[in-house]
Structures are given as structure tokens and as C-alpha cells.
Design a protein around this ligand. Structure first.
Ligand code: ATP
Ligand code: MG
Length: 501
């Protein structure tokens, strides 16, 4: 036992010193020399060293995408770090309640699996051209290295790595703090952040239980989402990338944004709120897409206002104003987004869109009829959901939510009024909300009844006004028709034909 322990310590020390040497070279040797030194060191070690090394980069594919393997292993190691590593890094965990510890840079730790002993270390490569900067510069690459004896190759590649990934899944769920990302429009270059997205903790309390809408429709949406999230094998079987598009449309204040929060809370996904007008060109759109994680919702709100997507829908007034006050060409180029409709279509379902798994893409709009049909066809936006005015079923959900009220004698009055009125759930909710400390159910419900009565009356007056306008128009139309018939001659089939003068 002692001998084995001593041997392991010895091996650990020699591996440690080789890695230390590597790290020193990476850190302090000028990059022109570094390449040769590392090459010869490796060759030398190849003859004598019985150890195999696997490295896992933090970012893959020109660092566009956060490596899933890296994230998983980092989570796995974080569960062991507190016992093994000496230099730790602390981050706030789920719900900001606990601190999650992970290995600090240039730190090493050991792990054991069956009879194999394994060494993990975290390193980084520094940029080729050394620059003075207060922040770590964007060329920095972090990577994890795993070393083990070659006699354990089968165990490690066949079993250990799978074991790490499986363990990491449970740990990640435990530690997961959901995030709300945005593509930061304040500066195009994302520098030391190493990702084009900036984020805050996603803390929206909205759930489907809170959402006022037809229960049958709600159930259909929830079922659809759950089926999607558990559809890994199904999507693989039908040969489709594991993603789904949702189009939420309807008047302002009908709960489109609230539904997105409810979707994220239901499925435990992150949200990427994409500000399309801040994206300069299609290639940036691809970068943004590549830097999103799996299990996420990519949202483009008010898609109809986001861009001139067809090239035909330019705002005429804006165009005229531009002509009067022309913006200098360079400033214009810097400011204007060059994202095209085809760029966006590729973003949604081109080859690039398949680079992640389990992703929802959600568009919201108040004017569905303004959207290009290509953008919202099935396959891109698979499910179209209309968020409508509040009906009685929706009201009951709001009454339960805002007043904790299941039934009341005034419900019948509200039922009769609400189905004849077009009131958005946001207004119904606002009218229901208690306005004084000593509130009671009756006052709240009567407030709503009053508001509904007023809305109904306003609608009646508006309809009357419109009818009058129509009548006037019809009359003037009749006069014109009358003029025409006097000037025309009657044909055999009873229609009239004008006489050319
Ligand atoms: N269907 C609904 N159920 C519950 N609450 C709702 C619903 N619709 C709106 N609300 C309430 O009204 C507020 C505004 O709703 P929300 O922002 O989701 O509307 P929206 O449809 O996204 O509007 P817009 O088109 O202007 O973005 C929310 O904070 C929510 O409290
Ligand atoms: Mg909204």
C-alpha cells in the first residue's frame, strides 16, 4: 500500500513537473521559440513517457462555440475540486444561494476510476503578440488536460470519459443558474468576454399557470413543448435538427413575452434575446448563433420592426428624412445593419442552425400579416400561436392569480361582458389588481365590470361612427354609379357600359 502510494506520488510529481515545464514554456518563452521547444520536448518525452494526454479546449471551431465537453468536465471537476485542488475559483450558483467552486488556472488535481489514476489540469495559452491590457485579451484559450498511464487507455476512453459526462449532467442541473443573454449593442467587439453575448441571471417568475388564455390551447402548447424537449431520439430518427420555431402574434399586452418566460421556466432553458438591429451583418448572426448553448430559446421580439427584411418594406418617411439630412457614408455603414432576409432564413434553418441541440426559436409580432411568408412558413416557424384578447376562461385564471378567487356571484356579469368586449389580458389584470390596502373582492371585480362596460360602450360608439362613415362613402359611391348609368347604355344582360366620347 505504502509502495503503491509512493509510486503514485512519484508519477504524479514527474507528470506534474513535465506539465509545469510546459506551462512555463507557454507562459514565458517568446512564441517564435516556443513552438520548437514544445516540439522537441514532446519528441523527447515520446521515447520515455508512458503517459497519454488528452486536451479539451474551451471553445471549438475557431472559438465560435463553447465546447460542451469542456463545460461538462468543468462541472464534473467542480464537484471534486473542493477536496482535491488547492487553488479554487468561486462563482455564484443557482438562485444565487450557493457558491460553486472550480479549479483555478494552472491548478492540477487527481482523480481515480477503477484502478486508474488520472491527472487533470487547467491551463491557458496566451496571445501570440503580447499587448499591454488590464483584461485578459481575447486570444487567450483555456484548455483542460487529462493525463493517464497508457495501460489504462481502455478504461479511460471506454468508460471513464462516459462516466464523467454522465456525472456532470446531474451536477450541471444542480448548479445551473439560468441566464438571459443579449447581444450587447453598445460595442461590436466583444474582446475579453470571449462571447458576443452578455448575460444577467434569468429570474422571471412567469409560468404557464399564470398565463391567461384558453386552457385547451394552453395545454396544447405545454404538451408540444414537453414533446419537443423529450424528442432527442425522434428528431435523430427523422433526420431533422433538434429545434422548433414558434411564432407568437397578437396585440400588445396579450402575453407574448410572458409566454416566452413561461416556456423557459417550463423547460429550464436559457433565453437569448437577439436584438437584430444591433447585428451588423449575416456573418455576425452566424457567430451569435454559434455562441449559444443547447437547451435555449433564441428570441427575436417584434420581428416586423427589427429589420427591412425584404428590401421593399422601407419606411417611406424615414427614407425621405434621410434624403433631407444625409448621413455621412461611413457613419451610415457603421450604424446600419446589413442582415438580410436570406441571412435570417439561414439563421433559422440553414446548416448553421443545426450546430446546437434542443433549441427553440421564437418570434413575436403585433402584425403577423406584415411578415414575409418565407420567414414564417412551417418548418421555420413550426407553431403559430395567436395571443388574443381576454375571454372568460382567461379572466378566471387572472382572478385566481391576482385575487386567489375561484368563484363569485359577479363572475356571471363579467362572463356576459368580457366575451362581448375586446380587452387585453394586461388591462384585465390591471383592473383586477387591488388598489388599496383594505381591498375586497367585490370592489376589485366591480372595477373590472366598470372598465368592461366602458370598453363596450367605446366599442359601440366607434362601430356607430364607422357605420356612419361607411354610409357616407356608400352614398357618394351610389351617386357616382348613378352618374355612370345615366352616361352609359344598358346592355342586353342588364349591365351598363360607358360610352366613349
Ligand atoms: N395572457 C396573459 N396572462 C397573464 N398576464 C398577462 C397576459 N398578457 C399580458 N399579461 C400581463 O401584462 C403584462 C404585459 O404582457 P406582455 O409583455 O407579455 O405582453 P406582450 O404581448 O409581449 O406585449 P407587446 O406586444 O407589447 O410586447 C405582463 O406583465 C403580464 O403581467
Ligand atoms: Mg412583448
Amino acid at each position: 500500500m505504502w509502495t503503491l502510494g509512493g509510486l503514485w506520488m512519484g508519477v504524479g510529481t514527474s507528470v506534474g513537473s513535465i506539465m509545469f515545464l510546459y506551462t512555463m514554456i507557454q507562459q514565458f518563452v517568446p512564441h517564435q521559440l516556443r513552438h520548437y521547444m514544445v516540439k522537441y520536448l514532446r519528441r523527447l518525452m515520446g521515447y520515455t513517457n508512458p503517459y497519454i494526454q488528452i486536451s479539451i479546449d474551451e471553445f471549438t471551431g475557431e472559438r465560435l462555440k463553447l465546447s460542451e465537453a469542456y463545460t461538462s468536465i468543468e462541472a464534473y471537476l467542480s464537484s471534486k475540486t473542493s477536496k482535491m485542488a488547492k487553488r479554487l475559483k468561486a462563482q455564484v450558483g443557482k438562485d444565487s444561494k450557493n457558491l460553486v467552486l472550480s479549479m483555478d488556472e494552472y491548478e492540477e488535481m487527481t482523480d481515480e476510476f477503477q484502478e486508474a489514476k488520472l491527472w487533470w489540469s487547467l491551463s491557458k495559452t496566451t496571445p501570440k503578440t503580447q499587448q499591454f491590457s488590464f483584461y485578459p485579451v481575447s486570444d487567450e484559450k483555456r484548455y483542460l488536460t487529462l493525463q493517464f498511464h497508457r495501460r489504462h487507455r481502455e478504461i479511460v476512453t471506454g468508460l471513464y470519459l462516459n462516466h464523467v459526462i454522465e456525472e456532470s449532467k446531474a451536477i450541471m442541473v444542480q448548479n445551473r443558474q439560468r441566464k438571459l443573454y443579449t447581444n450587447n449593442p453598445s460595442h461590436g467587439y466583444y474582446g475579453y468576454r470571449r462571447t458576443p453575448w452578455s448575460h444577467v441571471v434569468f429570474d422571471h417568475p412567469g409560468t404557464f399557470d399564470h398565463l391567461a388564455m384558453d386552457p385547451a390551447k394552453k395545454k396544447e402548447i405545454v404538451d408540444d413543448l414537453i414533446t419537443f424537449s423529450s424528442g432527442k431520439e425522434y428528431y435523430a430518427k427523422i433526420g431533422k435538427p433538434w429545434k422548433r420555431g414558434y411564432l407568437l402574434y397578437g396585440p400588445p399586452g396579450t402575453g407574448k413575452s410572458t409566454m416566452i418566460a413561461a416556456m423557459a421556466n417550463l423547460l429550464n432553458y436559457d433565453i437569448y434575446d437577439l436584438e437584430l438591429t444591433a447585428v451588423k451583418e449575416n456573418s455576425e448572426l452566424r457567430k451569435l448563433l454559434g455562441a449559444t448553448s443547447n437547451k435555449s430559446i433564441i428570441v427575436i421580439e417584434d420581428i416586423d420592426c427589427s429589420l427591412d427584411l425584404t428590401g421593399q418594406r422601407k419606411d417611406k418617411n424615414k427614407e425621405e428624412a434621410k434624403e433631407e439630412n444625409p448621413i455621412p457614408e461611413k457613419a451610415k455603414e457603421e450604424k446600419e445593419s446589413k442582415v438580410t432576409l436570406s441571412g435570417l432564413l439561414n439563421f433559422i434553418d440553414g446548416l448553421w442552425s443545426a450546430c446546437g441541440k434542443e433549441r427553440l426559436i421564437v418570434f413575436t409580432t403585433n402584425y403577423v400579416e406584415k411578415l414575409d411568408p418565407a420567414l414564417i412558413r412551417r418548418g421555420r416557424m413550426d407553431k403559430h400561436i395567436e395571443m388574443a384578447y381576454c375571454g372568460f376562461e382567461g379572466f378566471k385564471i387572472l382572478a385566481k392569480n391576482y385575487l386567489d378567487l375561484d368563484s363569485h356571484y359577479l363572475f356571471e356579469t363579467i362572463k356576459n361582458l368580457i366575451d362581448e368586449t375586446q380587452m387585453i389580458p394586461a388591462d384585465v389584470a390591471e383592473n383586477l389588481m387591488p388598489k388599496t390596502i383594505n381591498w375586497d373582492f367585490e370592489t376589485c371585480l366591480k372595477n373590472l365590470i366598470q372598465a368592461l362596460g366602458k370598453a363596450k360602450e367605446d366599442a359601440r360608439l366607434k362601430a356607430e361612427e364607422e357605420a356612419k362613415e361607411k354610409e357616407i362613402l356608400n352614398k357618394s359611391g351610389e351617386v357616382k354609379e348613378g352618374d355612370l348609368s345615366t352616361k352609359g347604355e344598358t346592355k342586353e344582360d342588364g349591365t351598363t357600359r360607358s360610352i366613349d366620347k
